[in-house]
Design a protein around this ligand. Sequence first.
Ligand code: GLV
Ligand code: MG
Length: 313
Amino acid sequence: MRSRRSCLAVPGSNPRFLEKAQGLPADEVFLDLEDSVAPLAKEGARKNIVAALREGDWSGKTRVVRVNDLGTQWTYRDVIEVVEGAGEFLDCLMLPKVEDPTQVVWLDTLLTQIEKANGLEVGGIGIEAQIENARGLVNVDAIAGSSRRLETLVFGPADFMASINMRTLVVGEQPPGYTEGDAYHYILMRILMAARTHDLQAIDGPYLAIKDLDGYRRVAGRAAALGFDGKWVLHPTQVEAANEVFSPSQEDYDRAELILDAYEYYTTVEKRGAVMLGDEMIDEASRKMALVVAAKGRAASLGRTTAFTPPTA
Ligand code: GLV
Ligand code: MG
């Protein structure tokens, strides 16, 4: 699986941003043709994006292009121009405002045709589906299972809040007047369950108050704690924060590797099922939890600072 702790939004209409994004340490960049690009700038943005993908240095990053949603007149040309122009330099397309599985199937079929016609590996280009309205959330399980190309489900809070008439104008913050808990909890969990059911990643969307880094960390930390894999970043200052929040702490990573080693030792050498590690009892379920944290730590290139020493007889 590709690492997607930080997913950087880059408007396709802005060549300066397309250039600058290449130097930032984001795990993913998505070059946008949708809501950050004005209607009259869409055609020029397609050309900018094709040129940036072909000529830019995106090494180490997952390269994604967000096309326009299927309610517009732009989607099919977005897909054809971008994939014919730069298909071999592209990892995924992001489809916004997905409402039902047939929309993903449409994109999958079109991609297959373009790949065949252009000598690209069939199935090589993945899909990221944005869930950003009530219909998309109600159909999220079917959407998550609709194509083998799907790699992630992405929550789109701005469009989502508008779609359900939530009384807030600050994306990512709690609606004033609601004091019962986290207004986003159900939506995030719903998306996460669908993603995990189909082995997809779950990505949280944007936080628009780009000057408020503490707010970003708080909201990102909430999604990371639930199990989300990453979050959008709209500004360079948010990149480091996302990479940090979605990586395990050094302490948790060390502990996870220790649990894996200890469990391996006791179950194979001493042939015991449930064992003690310090004050904590660990078993097969603890091993699974440790695997998740260890995998995230390894993906974030953390190194171990402690080693397991088997007890001496
Ligand atoms: C992102 O696309 C959003 O609507 O929040
Ligand atoms: Mg949106």
